[in-house]
Design a protein around this ligand. Structure first.
Ligand code: NAD
Length: 255
């Protein structure tokens, strides 16, 4: 039985908006949620990558019992631009699950980070998530149900040399998660953050391998290992979980 069929919901299809869904963790999440029966709004910037993800969603959905094929549609937006964030929320329409996944990282010595990159990183990682929640959470609260999942990071929980500004964006999401839970969970909206350790995606392979070797499991994660946790948080199986920051970091933040 799919997660969507599992839910005690009305006849509306459950819609998940996944930002940065055309690559890495976001793509794995989009495919997993489609497999679980969600209609997925695939956000990204590149229409070709968007089309490829939507195509993969059709196939992922068709593996379900019934074999109807997954539903996905692509919406392009540059999340570092405030007006684009507003337009994305409007074009997404009703959203039941928001996955704030898109983000950029920068690692290096603190004096080497220029202000434009600093601003773009905070705009993409924090401001975009903030205004998507501002646009979409009130509707969820009104319907008495909804789910927001933010991509934090192990870097937001532990000190990483070279990761000061990136870590601050991820710690900001953890703080927002607790405050949003306080604000929206009394109306039935769950808000959580997952804090992955190093994950094999487009990120610098040397850095990911090196960080992977510092985890208790002595390896980086694959994107689908993160997508599984997000799919759990998006499902009714996590019905009593809100306001949390859940590490999926091979045990790195435990030691
Ligand atoms: P990724 O680069 O494959 O995915 C990030 C996505 O965000 C990309 O599709 C990218 O195009 C999109 N994006 C970036 N800036 C954007 C903008 N201005 N407008 C629209 N889209 C934009 O990397 P990933 O590793 O899959 O990262 C996904 C999330 O997971 C990020 O928030 C990242 O910080 C977080 N994370 C990653 C790791 C890791 O080791 N890979 C670890 C912890 C957390």
């Amino acid at each position: 039985m799919s997660e969507r069929m599992d839910m005690d919901v009305d006849a509306h299809p459950q819609v998940a908006l996944v930002t940065g869904a055309t690559s890495g963790i976001g793509r794995a999440v989009a495919l997993k949620l489609a497999e679980n029966g969600f209609d997925v709004v695939v956000h990204g910037r590149d229409p070709a990558r968007g089309a490829s993800t939507v195509e993969a969603i059709k196939k992922a959905g068709s593996t379900q019992a019934g074999g109807h094929g997954g539903h996905g549609r692509f919406v392009a937006a540059d999340l570092s631009v405030a007006a684009d964030v507003e337009r994305l929320a409007a074009e997404a329409g009703r959203v039941d699950v928001l996955v704030n996944n898109a983000g950029i990282g920068w690692f290096g010595a603190t004096p080497d980070l220029d202000q434009d990159t600093f601003d773009t990183m905070f705009a993409t990682n924090v401001r975009a998530a903030y205004y998507l929640v501002a646009a979409l959470a009130p509707g969820m609260a009104e319907r008495g149900t909804g789910n927001i999942i933010n991509l934090g990071s192990m870097a937001g929980q532990i000190g990483l040399d070279g990761g000061a500004a990136y870590s601050a964006t991820k710690a900001a999401l953890a703080a927002l998660t607790r405050a949003w839970a306080a604000e929206f969970s009394p109306s039935g909206v769950r808000v959580n953050t997952i804090a992955p350790g190093p994950v094999v995606t487009a990120a610098d392979p040397e850095l990911i391998a090196q960080l992977g070797s510092t985890t208790l499991l002595n390896r980086p994660a694959q994107a689908n290992e993160i997508a599984e946790v997000i799919a759990f948080l998006a499902s009714p199986k996590a019905s009593y979980v809100t306001g949390t920051v859940i590490p999926a970091d091979g045990g790195r933040s435990a030691v």
